[in-house]
Design a protein around this ligand. Structure first.
Ligand code: ANZ
Ligand code: ZN
Length: 841
């Protein structure tokens, strides 16, 4: 064809590539160094969307780039195919979640095929396949063996709409991550993974990722784990044999404790109330009921009005012996620290708000006006000298949270805050009333779900033997057919009603027993999928350690920032567990991470309900894969959002057509002598060859596309107004353009490559080395005149612009001298050859 026709080009190359399988990576004899490039795998709800087009387009640039740099690149694809959306859709339409899921996978596969990321299709996996989830169950049992999977009854996050429990990570601003319904608490027996055992390593190992993961994601992970250091302090309680332990980050403020607060929904609060007066018991019950409907976010908010009840019970300050009233208030959480706090209203904002609401005393014990550096000040009559006017937090409403020196603190007066933390902790430890302690925001990972479409938990409950793990050789515990089961959410798993399935013989004693009816959180499925790609067809083990050593960890992971906490944290955890069990020899799964931006429309997130949805399938039909990919890569740096209303896929098509026509125009034989060609064009070509790798490696894909556009323009100019399409430099440029377009527009690149006389595939050609002699900037001599007389010379680039040249000329010392203090009347610049300065007098 003599006209660029993306459809014809796609139709021509797709079957050829299908035949060739150019991206297969199973050759054991391949000695090239390896790279593993992975995009977060899609969830099969409907067709692919523009977000997929963006993410997979960017990941593919990296995969294709490393191949051209001589690496053996693994770039697999699979589906995260268990989960609630399938089940909800199935309930709504009365169909089987399995059918719905696999139909969607088929559709996404068809779209991917046209979009043509360089996937190794032979390693395709679906987490809902028995061959896959058999190994998810295996991982569960490995954790169980190690005591890292356990069952306990506790207050859990509950979505009343989805009728299922949620992990802490799935509660966003107090709402269900999936459906947006307000999350409540419910006491249930559930399965957990002991991720808190790994809290320190999950924080400390973030150091390995510094500079390779977005800083924002690193700090989100860190804050989520939320490590703090302080002390556990024991307060004895009147009328109770056991002391109450409180966790504080500020043991230095112990002399400022004026009351104690316990979480109303803790066992401790119930016990203290029950040992109090009938009035207190009633007030407490009323209060507790109100608290149960309040979200954690609201409870911790400093904005909210403080509420609470006095329990009419008293504690004793371990250092001063002072009598301290105990309250129950919902700003203290039952599952953080010990569920009890020593309240220091002068120095903690929430304690101060509470003290002001209930008129409790406030005592300042850290003078934040006292500098903490320098010598310890000498006390005068027990007072610090030159006191600034005292600030009273009870008046101002502002807690004094800064550093300073201790006052009103007996023998600790005058110590700086940090010193006091140390000294007071030591004093407490000396009398057995406290010790230094760490605390984490991270909670154990709740992994059981009361839903159908997930991997069954491979445990059998036997009256005689208790929990019995399903023997490894009996995996998978396959899901029973959905047919005949009521999938409607009701708080217990639909699997409980599958009688033939649920009733089994106990593997240990052979007596009647029952399968666990819960299924696993889909984040368990996705926590290890990157390893299964390495041994996708291995029926004997989840993955082969030798393969993992060859390929993993992942060199480049690409995905949305919405997974900054959940998926990444869980994968990191499971990787560390597998390392500890000696199945892996590395501890971090994703060496570098790229978070692509979102594709927006008119500044807003696209959605069906807003009516601003741009369908990927429509755009793909209209513009073709290459123009879409180029548009997405060119629109902005990959981390930034793209507004589809501001970009021009039609412009990208034009660019691709221009590039393609260059190949068409080149007719001379392939064995040309490059060095005989147009030197200016050759310089531009080689400058591009030299610069592009660094740009790709720093994710400046948009700049690479812009530079390619420039190269296409200059080449066209050389054809039309220069030495013509027969010039060797033009052929050279055309080949480099085809080679580089492979990153962004694989069909166009392949077609050009073919027109230029090469066999498929351009994806396998190696990035050409730039000729260093062509990178040296060519210079021309510019003469600088004053009133027509040559005064100096400059060596400059032939492409220098007039303003720049004038600036250089006027800054020359000889010219400054020649002009002296005379007034400049006029400057004539003829870049790059002449600058003439006309002066008066
Ligand atoms: C006394 C104190 C004085 C505190 C002061 C702070 C400032 P992070 O850093 O997040 O770990 N706290 C402890 N357990 C709590 C719970 N279950 N619910 C709500 N708050 C709780 O916070 C630790 C601090 O949060 C602890 O230190 C405690 O208040 C409070 F000037 O103790 B602090
Ligand atoms: Zn048994």
């Amino acid at each position: 064809p003599d006209r660029y026709d993306f459809q014809a080009i796609q139709d021509k190359w797709l079957p050829i590539w299908d035949e060739m399988k150019p991206f297969r990576t199973d050759d054991e004899s391949d000695t090239r160094p390896r790279k593993y490039v992975l995009d977060m795998f899609p969830y099969p709800s409907g067709d692919l969307h523009m977000g997929h087009a963006e993410a997979f387009g960017l990941g593919d640039v990296v995969a294709r780039y490393w191949r051209q740099q001589g690496f053996n690149v693994l770039h697999p694809i699979g589906w995260d195919s268990f989960g609630l959306p399938a089940e909800n859709a199935a309930i709504k339409r009365g169909i089987d979640p399995r059918g719905w899921t696999y139909d969607n996978i088929d559709q996404q596969k068809r779209s991917f095929r046209t979009y043509a990321p360089s996937f190794d299709w032979d390693r395709e996996l679906h987490t809902s396949d028995e061959e896959y989830y058999r190994w998810t169950q295996w991982i569960f049992l490995k954790l169980y063996e190690k005591g890292l999977a356990y069952r306990k009854a506790s207050q859990v996050n509950w979505c009343p709409n989805d009728q299922t429990v949620l992990a802490n990570e799935q509660v966003v601003d107090g709402r269900c991550e999936r459906c947006g319904h307000l999350v409540t608490k419910k006491k249930l027996t559930q399965w957990y993974f002991r991720i808190t055992d790994y809290a320190d390593r999950l924080i400390d190992d973030l150091n390995q990722l510094e500079g390779k993961w977005p800083t924002k994601v690193l700090s989100m992970q860190k804050n989520w784990i939320g490590r703090s250091t302080g002390a556990d302090v024991q307060f004895t309680i009147e009328g109770r044999s056991e002391p109450i332990s409180v966790y504080t980050t500020r043991p230095d403020t112990l002399y400022g404790v004026t009351f104690m607060v316990v979480a109303p929904d803790s066992d401790l609060a119930a016990e203290l109330a029950s040992g109090s007066t009938p009035e207190v018991r009633m007030a407490f019950q009323d209060y507790l009921e109100k608290v149960q409907g309040t979200s954690e976010i609201d409870r911790l908010s400093t904005e909210r009005e403080k509420t609470g009840v006095f329990l009419d019970r008293y504690a004793k300050n371990p250092l001063t012996g002072e009598r301290i009233p105990i309250w129950a208030a919902d700003y203290v959480l039952s599952d953080y620290g010990t569920g009890a706090v020593m309240a220091v209203p002068a120095h903690d904002q929430r304690d101060l708000d509470f003290a002001r609401a209930f008129d409790l005393p406030v005592r300042v014990v850290v003078d934040v006006n006292q500098p903490v550096t320098g010598a310890i000040p000498v006390l005068v009559d027990g007072e610090l000298p030159d006191d600034l006017p005292p600030v009273d937090p009870k008046q101002t409403g502002e807690a004094l949270t800064g550093t300073g020196r201790l006052i009103n603190s007996g023998p600790f007066d005058g110590l700086s805050k940090n010193n006091a933390i140390k000294k007071i902790t030591e004093a407490l430890a000396g009398s057995g009333l406290g010790k230094s302690a760490k605390n984490y925001r991270l909670r154990d990972w709740l992994v059981s779900r009361q839903r159908y479409w997930g991997a069954p938990i491979p445990i059998i409950h036997c009256e005689a033997c208790g929990e019995v793990p399903v023997p490894l050789d009996q995996l998978p515990v396959a899901l029973p057919a959905a047919d005949g089961l009521d999938l409607q959410p009701k708080g217990t798993s639909p699997l409980g009603a599958a009688e033939d399935w649920i009733n089994v013989a106990c593997p240990s004693c052979g007596g009647p027993a029952q399968r666990d009816s819960d299924t696993m959180d889909t984040f368990v499925d996705s926590s290890w999928y990157y390893l299964r790609f390495l041994s996708a067809k291995d029926a004997t083990q989840p993955f082969d350690k030798k393969q993992a050593e060859k390929w993993a960890p992942i060199d480049q992971y690409v995905g949305g920032v919405e997974h900054a906490i959940l998926h990444l944290l869980y994968s990191r955890f499971i990787t560390k567990v597998l390392f500890d069990l000696d199945y892996l020899s590395f501890t971090e799964p994703f060496t570098s991470l790229l978070n692509q931006g979102m594709v927006l429309m008119d500044g807003a997130k696209m959605s069906k309900s807003k009516g601003n949805l741009v369908e990927f399938a429509d755009e793909l039909k209209k513009y073709g894969a290459d123009a879409l990919r180029v548009t997405l890569a060119f629109a902005s740096p990959p981390e930034d959002d793209i507004d589809w209303a501001d970009v021009s896929p039609a412009g990208s098509s034009k660019f691709l057509a221009r590039a393609w026509r260059i190949a068409q125009d080149v007719t001379s034989s392939p064995d040309v002598v490059w060095k005989n060609g147009d030197q200016a064009l050759r310089r531009q070509t080689h400058r591009f060859l030299a610069d592009a790798p660094g740009l790709v490696e720093s994710y400046k894909f948009n700049v690479v596309v812009a530079r390619l556009m420039e190269l296409v323009n200059v080449t066209r100019k050389t054809i039309d107004t220069g030495p013509g399409a027969g010039d060797p430099a033009v052929r050279e440029a055309a080949e480099v353009i085809a080679m580089a377009l492979n990153l962004f527009a694989p069909y166009t690149a392949e077609d050009m490559w073919n027109m230029l006389g090469y066999e498929a595939t351009v994806a396998a050609t190696q990035w050409r080395k730039a000729d260093p002699t062509l990178l040296v900037e060519e210079k021309v001599t510019c003469v600088v005149q004053v009133n027509g007389k040559v005064r100096d010379r400059l060596e400059v680039s032939p492409r220098i612009d007039g303003a720049e040249l004038e600036k250089l000329a006027r800054a020359l010392p000889s010219i400054v001298k020649a002009v002296g203090d005379r007034e400049i009347a006029n400057v004539i610049v003829r870049a790059p050859r002449v600058v003439n300065i006309a002066v008066k007098g």
